[in-house]
Structures are given as C-alpha cells and as structure tokens.
Write a protein that binds this ligand. Structure first.
Ligand SMILES: [Zn+2]
Length: 298
C-alpha cells in the first residue's frame, strides 16, 4: 500500500516538473520572436481593428453622473445679407398707455413693424384690448409673455403651470386678434434649454435696461444708437415714458442710418404655424437669442 502511494506521489511530482518546464518554454519562446522590422512600418491598419480589447479593470473609479444631454443644435440660419440693416424692436410687459403713444409715433410709418410681448392678465381690460387690436391691425407682431409674468426657469413652475400661463395668454390674444402668437418671450428672459415651451423662445442681444428707475432717456437712446447692428433684437418695455421718449428719438437716428424695422418673425424668417427648430447663436453677440421648439410636447 505504501509502495503504491509513493509511486503515485512520484508520478505526480514528475508530471508537475514536465508541466512547469513546458510553461517555461512557452514563456521563453516569446523572447525569441523576431522583433518587428522598424525600418518598414506596417501600413496595414487592419491590425488596429484586430487588437484585443483592453483588459477589464476591476472596480474602476466611478465617473461623475453625466449631465443630461443638450438637445442637438440645428445649423444656424443662413447669415443675413451684409448690405442689409434690419433690426427687430421688441416691447415687453404691455399693453399700456405708452403702447398707444408708440403706435401713434409709427402711425404713418408703414415701413416700421414692431413686436409686442404682452402679459395675459393685462388683456381683460377693454382699453388694453383695444390697444392690442390696434397694434395687430397696424401689422405689428404680438407675442406671448406669459399670463402672470412668472419665472419659467424655476422648478416650481411645473409643466401644467407653464402650459396654463402660455395657453391663457394665447387664447386671449386669439380672442382679440383672431391670430395666435407665433413666438414667446419668457419673463426675465429666464428659461431652461432642455424644456419644451411649445414656441420659439425669443431672447435678445440688446438690453438698455430701461426698466431701471435710474435709467434716463439719454442713456437708453445712446445705448440703442451705439449698439444697433444688422440682425439685432432690442429689448424694451412699453410701460415707461422714458422708454417711449428714447425709442422715439432712436427711431429717427436709425432711420437716417438706413435701418429697416421688422418683426421678430420677419427677422428670423419664421412663418406662422411653422414648426421651427433653429438655435440662433448670434456671431456678433454672446447670448443665445432663440431656443428651438422641441418635437416632444412633454
Ligand atoms: Zn417682462
């Protein structure tokens, strides 16, 4: 019995030696592989494809949670004709008595088309409704500026609230003019790029801050005439006398310089009801001017 055991152990030991030796040969064999000919580098790129996958790392460090992807950016609209001087002057937060004065000012100017971003809760008042209808009939664009001037970028502004804010105003505008607004301007210019507002979101690239109590007519006027460039969208508020006065002066100066006064939709080539999805990133200004309408409504 003992003899058979020791014979078995001997056989096992022998097998192990053979195994170890053959491993050593295989390892040594690699050393003898002819080194690649470095004077004639291989141009065969198929080798790159056949490379084995990199070794799997155990417990790799966890990367930070990726940011939600931004929606794809469609190409910018074609650049405007450099010989043109077109500007879209927009007024937010009306209508008001100053809207009437602005309309009086451009009454005989068929070449001047403005854009008014109106607040829905101002459209229950008959005087304001008349002003809105007058602006629309004169050929100006009426845009949606929410119902109660709510901040659209806050998480507390749920989709239901958002839709209500925009729909109520759209319905009121439709009731008065028979046409729904084609564009929207979010109150405070605050919006979230990944959120669907159902309208092209129109911001601006010229902001003379006419809403500040300290703003003077001269300052607002000077800002406008110093910075007006082709393709600009100017933000003003038709609820201040100073804004009306500065606009009135700037209109003459810009007219002398050959500016054309167009609505936002005209400036950007929007057609009513079109499903429009451009980002327009002005090349001469740092701000986004417009966000797209997304396909998905929710
Ligand atoms: Zn506003």
């Amino acid at each position: 019995m003992k003899k058979r055991l020791s014979a078995l152990l001997l056989t096992l030991a022998f097998l192990m030696v053979v195994l170890l030796t053959s491993c050593g040969e295989a390892a040594g064999g690699n050393d003898q592989v002819t080194p690649p000919d470095i004077t004639t580098p291989s141009l065969n790129h198929e080798n790159e494809i056949d490379e084995p996958p990199p070794p799997v790392q155990l417990d790799p460090p966890r990367p930070p949670e990726p940011e939600p992807p931004n929606p794809p950016e469609p190409p910018n609209p074609p650049p405007p004709d450099p010989t043109q001087r077109r500007i879209a002057i927009t007024f937010d937060d009306g209508p008001s008595v100053w809207t009437s004065r602005i309309l009086d000012r451009v009454e005989n100017r068929d070449d001047v088309r403005l854009t008014f971003y109106v607040i829905g809760n101002r459209l229950h008042n008959q005087t304001n409704r008349d002003i809105l209808l007058r602006a629309y009939t004169m050929g100006h664009e009426i845009g949606n500026h929410s119902y109660s001037h709510r901040n659209f970028s806050l998480a507390s502004t749920t989709n239901a609230i958002l839709r209500n804010e925009l729909d109520q105003t759209s319905n009121l505008i439709y009731e008065i003019t028979g046409t729904r607004p084609a564009t929207m301007r979010p109150p405070f210019g605050a919006f979230n790029r990944n959120r669907n507002y159902g309208y092209p979101v129109i911001i601006w690239n010229m902001d003379p801050q006419d809403w500040r109590n300290t703003a003077t007519v001269d300052q607002i006027y000077q800002y406008i005439v110093d910075r007006a460039t082709n393709g600009s969208i100017l933000l003003l508020h038709d609820i201040y006398e100073r804004t009306y006065l500065a606009f009135s002066r700037a209109l003459d100066t810009l007219t002398e310089r050959g500016f054309e006064f167009v609505t936002v939709s005209e400036l950007l080539g929007l057609t009513p009801g079109s499903h429009w999805g451009y980002y327009f990133r002005s090349t001469t200004h740092r701000r986004y001017v417009i966000a797209p309408v997304f396909d998905n409504q929710d």
